[in-house]
Structures are given as C-alpha cells and as structure tokens.
Design a protein around this ligand. Structure first.
Ligand SMILES: *[C@@H]1O[C@H](CO)[C@@H](O)[C@H](O)[C@H]1NC(C)=O
Ligand SMILES: *[C@@H]1O[C@H](CO)[C@@H](O)[C@H](O)[C@H]1NC(C)=O
Length: 454
C-alpha cells in the first residue's frame, strides 16, 4: 500500500510540483487517497458502505499537512502524501481536484504497482529529477509549453508504463493483484494489520463480477471463507466484507460459497458473541449469498437460519440489525412471489427456478417462529425509513400473519398513532407541492394495513 501510494505520488508530484508553478517548496510526494478513486469507480451498492466509517478511526484532515497514524482511515477526497524525509504518511484536505481527475484519466481502470524488491526512494528521487528537467525546458516557451504540459498530464498509459518499467515498476493485472493480496492474507508471517489491509483492498476488486469469478480459479474464495473461522473478530468482519461483495448478484460465486461452507460459518458468527460491526458485515454477506439463490435459501432454513436471526434481533441494542433482517426477509418473500408470477406470465412448462423456489418453505417458518409478532413490534422504531421497511414487510406477510396481527392489540394502536403522525406530515408535504411524497406513501401503507385489520 505504501509503495502504491508512493507511485501514485510520483504521478501527482510530476503533475503539480513541476507542471504547476513550483509552489510546493517541500520535497514530498503527493497523491489523492486511493479510496477516493475507489469510491468513484465502485458500484454504488450497499448500505454497507456506511459501515466503514465506524470500523477504523477516522482522521479529520485540515488544510495543513498532518501525520497519519497507523490504522487511521482517511475520508474520501483527502490528499495523502509520503514525506520522504520522515517516512510518515501525511494528510490534508483535497484542493487540486483537477489533478485528481487527470490522474483518474491516466489510470483508466489500470492500477499501477511497484516491484517492492528493486525499488528505492533514491530511484524515485532521480525519477523526479528527470521529470523536472523535462518540464523546465518546456516552461521556458510560454504558451507552447503550456500545451505540452497539458498534454503531459494526459500521457497515454503505454508511455507511462515505459517510464515505470525503467524504474522496475510493473503494472499488475487485477488477477495478479488478487493473488498477491490472497497470499498476503493467507501467509502466517503477515501481521493482523497486513491481513486486514489485504482484505480491505481485495473487497474493491471483487465488486467486479469477473474478478470475483477469477478468485475461484486459484482457491482464493475458499481462503477468504476460511477467514470466517479466524479467532480475530476483525478478520471475520473483513472476510465477510469481501464475501458480501463477491457474492453480490454472482451465481457462480454463490454456488461455490455454499459448497465451501460459507453459509454455516456466517450463521455461526451471527449466533455467537461478536462485535456488532462484525455482525453487520456478516449479515450483509448472508443477504448477498441468499438473494436470487433458492438453493441457498433452502439450506438456510434447514440450518435453522430463522432461529439464528430471531435470537439476533431480540438481543438488546441490535435495532440496526433488526431492520436489516426484516428487509432481508421481505426480499426473500417477494423474490419467491415474483418467481411465481413470472412463471405464470411466461407459461413455462417446467420452470426449474420455480421448482427451486417452491422448496423454500419460508412463510410457514416465519409464522411458526413468531416473525409476525417480531415484525409488528419493530414498528415502534423511531426512524421513518425503518418504519417504511417494517410496513412493507407487514404488508408482504399479511396473508400469512393476518390472524396473528388481529390478536395483537398493540399493532392496531401503533398503526393508528402512526396514521395521525403521517397524516400531518403528508399534509405538510402536499403544501410544499409534493403530491407523490414520501410520507403520503407511508400513510398509504398504514391505511391499507388498518383496513385489512378491521
Ligand atoms: C493458504 O495457505 C495454506 C497453508 O499455508 C496452503 O496450503 C494453501 O495452499 C494456501 N492457499 C492459497 C490459495 O494460497
Ligand atoms: C471452522 O469452524 C467450524 C465451526 O465453527 C468448523 O466446523 C470447521 O471445521 C472450521 N473450519 C476450518 C477450516 O477450520
């Protein structure tokens, strides 16, 4: 990571120490934090992203350079540089946005890396000197030089590659990077920090479907799945983080994961004493594994997954998890319904997918294990979006839970009080000119539930 940072730094330094106006008096390499590029490229998916800030201690940059301590996370868009004199990583707020986008344009999806064995900071210094010579010649010729500078900012990747080859810097493919990260994680000589860092980086790569499938080809997925067995909660957490991304809408990987025992391991973590942050990521991985994969859903039910989730949501201080669990159940219930509808519409004679869904006996399980009541009680949560999810789920479970809802006097009372609350909010919304507003929609769900229950 540090070396990658230095290399990005080389790029950046060549841009702004010399192309710009020699404003930077210190000799230091500067780069935008890698994660900012990551974030921009990353599929915007999950509620998972919001979790990351809770995990690492977050550093709050100012306009001054400040040293970064190990383990501190940097907000997206910060500038990070390696101070060659002290060896410390330093951070400040991002100012030169255009250089960052230039850098992105240069990188064009390829990632650069350094051959650690042959690389020294002396190489870098002489490389920088070379860059400097080049630019000074140009800058003497005013406008023409200006154009040349701009051109240099957009040098083709091949040309850059040549420069880096001279420095024994190689451009790795995603596959090579993943192999390296897995080896790092799998090596008994790696420290805990190195292992976590390897998983953190790996997560970025496996968002891409092809990469996640490549992970299968050299046994990398199994190594990560085995990471769920680690005695270190952080390793469990970050292994789940990688798996959640790798499973996501990727049937090939989902199938391998079931065969590799991922489901049991995820459930064991959810059923045992673990930090909440680990459970969140594990729940996320479980969702990714089950979605659109009826076979995994069957196994989940067979392994007592519903009991595990019930214990989880009934524990104190797990409201955040409870809403996610209910959302998962809602997704599974509706997924099966859609499969039925789709089969009916397309009139398939032997729809295998439907056969598979028919083996998922989710609704009876939910009813038997008290999910009608559990879901109804979650309506007491104060957040609108939590209530929205709960209302959706109550609606989806109506046919299954109708009598249970009837026997729950608290449910009607809660619905009536929410009706009043959202009536008022919907009126305000309407006054603001929103005739298809959020609160109005919530009110609609409440009204139709109340109607069903009368
Ligand atoms: C991980 O390490 C184990 C034991 O050291 C080894 O047997 C296995 O081949 C390694 N797996 C990968 C994918 O490198
Ligand atoms: C991981 O742990 C489970 C129980 O939690 C155990 O059954 C399994 O054998 C372990 N696997 C490895 C590879 O250690």
């Amino acid at each position: 990571m540090a070396l990658l940072g230095m290399l990005l730094g080389l790029l950046m330094a060549s841009c702004f120490t010399f192309c710009l106006s020699h404003q930077n008096p210190e000799f230091a390499l500067t780069s935008p934090e890698k994660s900012s590029t990551k974030e921009a490229e990353r599929k915007e998916t999950t509620a998972e992203e919001e979790l990351d800030s809770e995990v690492l201690e977050v550093f709050h940059p100012t306009h001054e350079w400040q040293a970064l301590r190990p383990g501190q996370a940097v907000p997206v868009g910060s500038h990070v540089r390696l101070n060659l004199q002290t060896g410390a990583r330093e951070v400040k707020l991002q100012e030169e946005d255009k250089f960052q986008s230039n850098l992105k344009a240069l990188k064009k999806g390829k990632r650069l890396d350094i051959n650690a064995n042959t690389y020294t900071s002396q190489d870098l210094k002489s490389a920088l000197a070379k860059f400097k010579e080049g630019t000074e010649v140009e800058s003497s010729k005013e406008d023409k030089a200006r154009q040349a500078k701009i051109k240099q900012l957009f040098r083709p990747i091949e040309e850059l590659k040549k420069d880096f080859e001279e420095l024994n810097v190689v451009i790795e493919t995603d596959m090579q990077i993943m192999v390296r990260l897995i080896n790092k994680f799998n090596s008994s000589s790696s420290s805990l920090e190195e292992k976590i860092a390897a998983l953190f980086d790996l997560e970025y790569y496996v968002h891409q479907m092809d990469n996640a499938q490549d992970l299968l080809s050299f046994g990398g997925l199994q190594v990560v799945i085995n990471g769920l067995n680690s005695t270190e909660p952080l390793v469990k957490e970050y292994a789940a983080f990688v798996l959640g991304a790798a499973f996501s809408s990727n049937p090939k990987v989902q199938v391998e994961a079931i065969e590799g025992g991922a489901l049991q391991k995820l459930l064991v973590i959810l059923a045992t004493e673990q930090p909440l942050t680990a459970k969140k990521k594990v729940l996320f991985a479980l969702c990714s594994l089950l979605r659109h994969f009826p076979y995994a859903q069957q196994q989940f039910l067979k392994l007592g997954g519903l009991q595990v989730l019930r214990t989880l949501v009934q524990a104190k201080g797990t409201e955040v998890l409870a809403v996610r669990v209910v959302t998962l159940l809602y997704d599974l219930v509706t997924e099966k319904m859609f499969a039925e509808e789709e089969a009916e519409l397309t009139q398939e004679t032997s729809p295998e997918k439907l056969q598979q869904y028919r083996q998922v006996h989710l609704l009876p399980g939910l009813r038997e294990q008290g999910w009608c009541e559990i879901t109804a009680h979650l309506l007491a949560l104060p957040e609108h979006d939590a209530r929205e999810k709960v209302l959706q789920t109550l609606g989806a479970l109506l046919a299954t839970c109708r009598d249970r809802y009837h026997q729950d006097p608290q449910l009607s009372r809660t619905l009536v009080s929410l009706q009043a609350e959202y009536q008022a909010l919907a009126t305000l919304e309407l006054q603001d000119g929103e005739d298809e507003g959020y609160f109005r929609e919530l009110l609609g769900s409440i009204n139709s539930l109340l109607k069903e229950l009368r």
